[in-house]
Design a protein around this ligand. Structure first.
Ligand SMILES: [Ca+2]
Ligand SMILES: [Ca+2]
Ligand SMILES: [Ca+2]
Length: 455
């Protein structure tokens, strides 16, 4: 049972968890590529027919971001119909300087797709594809980010499609790239996190590498050109960025929340926004950055669904410490208000299995939990200085809908919610102290489905 639930949850995770966007999956090497729509098949056929495109090509799929297809449709010029962009690799002739990665732009002529231009891309695989609207002309720039297994930083290229052709207008390196109107001037900009210094050179000595600076950079399209207009320092010891969240309600203005991995299982959050006309990092560089450092819960969420993003922090539940074999953590969620973290919610979060429950803040010192892994259960109980005298408050349990159909609902349990084939169940107990007695309704309202959050 445990294994079945783990497998089902793993599948659910990859379908819906935003955090999984950053898992590197090489879709190109999957046995059967995603089935094309009729329109995509037409576009692919037109591309293959063109003399611009080599005979021996494979489609390349963006591995991150919202556009995950190798054939991306978008209206990128001043004429109203959509253009098609196909990402592919010429597999027959690659050299060390040309890895054969290309983009083919197709346009519709009298209803028929025709390959118009092919342009080489840097790197060995497509990381992400996004678009930036130029408000003066209504034209869209195509931003293609690529990664190269030999380089630590990724590279993005900005393309423009006009009567004259489909050509690169700007390129730069990045680790994180988002398109967002962060400075609220009505125009989107490119926000990147980049490392300065010659990072491309993997032979740089450790001493040279310690001089590398990580910066957030705003790149704007002004006066017909892309310019780097603002920058602010970022944390330098980031192993990976887990999740980027855009939000406009937390501070009454656009902000980017960047969740990052800073150790093998340690996470932190940096927040970028504009303040007094300048790009600022609201956490890094001040004392409050350390308050975002945590284990167990990688990502920010709007945990209380008020539109504002909360940052998690973890501590041991009563009775657990570093030496505990199966410690259970309390996850507290904070909102940043005027430079100070304010506690919003206390929760138990099982990030690996994608669920949690909000706990009353008054329980913080007096309620602990015990995970019964082999039964897919977790008991919450009144903590009395040791783990032996346990007066249970409630039990959460996971089961499969198939199992419940065949053996029936376990005695005393009721259903909180169903997620795919997984059913979350709970059982309530009467305790000697009324402050610990919950109702079924309260448990349902306080249940957190992480798969539905942050999307
Ligand atoms: Ca068009
Ligand atoms: Ca802007
Ligand atoms: Ca919130």
């Amino acid at each position: 049972m445990k294994r079945i639930i783990a497998v089902i949850l793993a599948c659910l995770c990859c379908i819906s968890l935003t955090g999984c966007d950053y898992v590197q999956t090489d879709i190109d090497s999957m046995i059967s590529p995603p089935k094309m729509t009729e329109q995509q098949a037409d576009i692919y056929k037109a591309m293959k027919k063109s003399s611009l495109v080599e005979d021996d090509v494979v489609l390349k799929y963006p591995q991150n971001g919202t556009n995950r297809s190798a054939i991306v449709m978008q209206d990128i010029d001043t004429e109203i119909s959509e253009e098609a962009m196909v990402f592919y690799k010429n597999v027959s002739k690659t050299t060390s300087s040309d890895m054969g990665l290309k983009i083919c732009l197709l346009d519709q002529i009298d209803g028929n797709w025709k390959a118009k231009w092919t342009v080489p891309l840097s790197g060995t695989s497509i990381d992400q594809v996004s678009f930036l609207k130029e408000p003066d002309t209504n034209q869209k720039f195509v931003i293609v980010g690529t990664s190269d297994e030999k380089k630590t930083q990724k590279q993005y290229q900005v393309f423009s499609y006009t009567q004259q052709g489909f050509y690169e207008v700007y390129t730069n390196s990045y680790q994180v790239l988002e398109v967002y109107d962060l400075n609220q001037d009505g125009r989107d900009e490119i926000i990147t996190v980049v490392q300065s210094g010659d990072l491309q050179d993997s032979k740089a000595t450790v001493k040279e590498k310690t001089q590398i600076e990580t910066m957030a950079v705003v790149t704007e399209y002004l006066g017909g050109q892309f310019h780097q207009t603002y920058q602010t320092p970022m944390n330098q010891i980031v192993a990976d960025y887990i999740k980027i969240t855009k939000n406009e309600d937390s501070f009454g203005r656009p902000a980017l929340f960047l969740d990052e991995l800073i150790g093998s299982s340690t996470y932190a959050t940096e927040i970028l926004t504009f303040s007094d006309g300048q790009l600022v990092n609201l956490t890094y560089g001040s004392d409050i950055f350390s308050q975002t450092v945590r284990t167990q819960v990688p990502s920010c969420y709007d945990i209380n669904r008020d539109g504002k993003i909360e940052i998690p922090n973890t501590s041991f539940m009563p009775g657990y410490n570093e030496e505990s074999e199966n410690p259970v953590y309390l996850t507290k969620w904070y909102q940043l208000e005027n430079g100070v973290f304010q506690l919003v919610s206390n929760t138990y979060i099982n990030y690996a299995q994608g669920f949690g429950i909000i706990l009353p803040q008054t329980w913080e010192q007096t309620v602990s939990a015990n995970s019964v892994v082999e039964k897919d259960e977790i008991d919450f109980y009144i903590y009395q200085d040791n783990t032996e005298q346990q007066e249970k408050i409630f039990t959460l349990k996971m089961d499969t809908s198939a199992n419940i159909r065949s053996t029936g609902m376990p005695t005393g349990y009721f259903e909180i919610m169903t997620m795919g084939q997984i059913v979350f169940l709970a059982k309530l107990y009467q305790t000697s102290d009324p402050q610990y007695n919950l109702t079924e309704q309260q448990l349902k309202e306080n249940f957190i489905d992480l798969h539905l959050m942050g999307e």
